[in-house]
Design a protein around this ligand. Structure first.
Ligand code: FMN
Length: 178
């Protein structure tokens, strides 16, 4: 299976990418082909809602999304969203990746791709992931993605904290389970 890992932190060796590495290790051990894409280092502009695409056509934004990422998303069997929590929510650049589904929403929903979420936050409270988790579930439902699971890394505020957090092993096990 082709797995596309969408990373969204500016910290290359940060906590969310540590979870991504563990997941990838598990997935590769199972023989999957994994491609990583750093959305934070790409030129991805927001959807401006012009409706030029009619939800099923080329986007007016001629950026890395239209030229490259859209094709990578179409090709993948599974999308893995990797993110630090920002103010109880998804970081803007990764949310933009979702908004830009708009130009191929119909096509994408018919593909029934698999999906997973790997996320980290400084806090380790009952509520820190509630919005993140809820949004992920709504997107899976709306886009007809098959949810393969989530790792919610509470108490993963720095790489030193994350290194000894159970979320690393959970991410590895999730990769292994695919
Ligand atoms: C803009 C911003 C907003 C944040 N908001 C939250 C938050 O709402 N709750 C929380 O627990 N941590 C919050 N954090 C902390 C990060 O989620 C945490 O440090 C995480 O480990 C960073 O992951 P990274 O190393 O992959 O970048 C925030 C950090 C930043 C930079």
């Amino acid at each position: 299976m082709k797995i596309l890992v969408l990373k969204s932190s500016g910290n290359k060796r940060g906590s969310s990418n540590m979870l991504a590495d563990a997941f990838i290790r598990g997935a590769k051990e199972n023989g999957h082909e994994v491609t990583e894409f750093d959305v934070i280092r790409a030129d991805i502009r927001p959807c401006i809602g012009c409706n030029h695409c009619g939800m099923n056509g080329p986007c007016v934004q001629k950026d890395d999304y239209e030229k490259k990422l859209k094709g990578m998303i179409k090709e993948a069997d599974m999308l893995v969203f990797v993110m630090p929590v920002y103010y109880y929510n998804w970081p803007a650049q990764l949310k933009t990746v979702i908004d830009r589904f708009y130009s191929f929403t119909l096509e994408l929903t018919y593909m029934h791709k698999k999906a997973a979420l790997l996320t980290v936050a400084w806090d380790d409270t009952d509520t820190v992931f509630s919005v993140v988790e809820d949004y992920y579930h709504r997107i899976c439902e709306y886009m007809q993605f098959v949810d393969c699971g989530m790792v919610l890394g509470g108490g993963c505020g720095t790489p030193a904290m994350t290194k000894r957090n159970k979320a690393i092993n959970e991410a590895y096990e999730l990769g292994k389970s695919i």
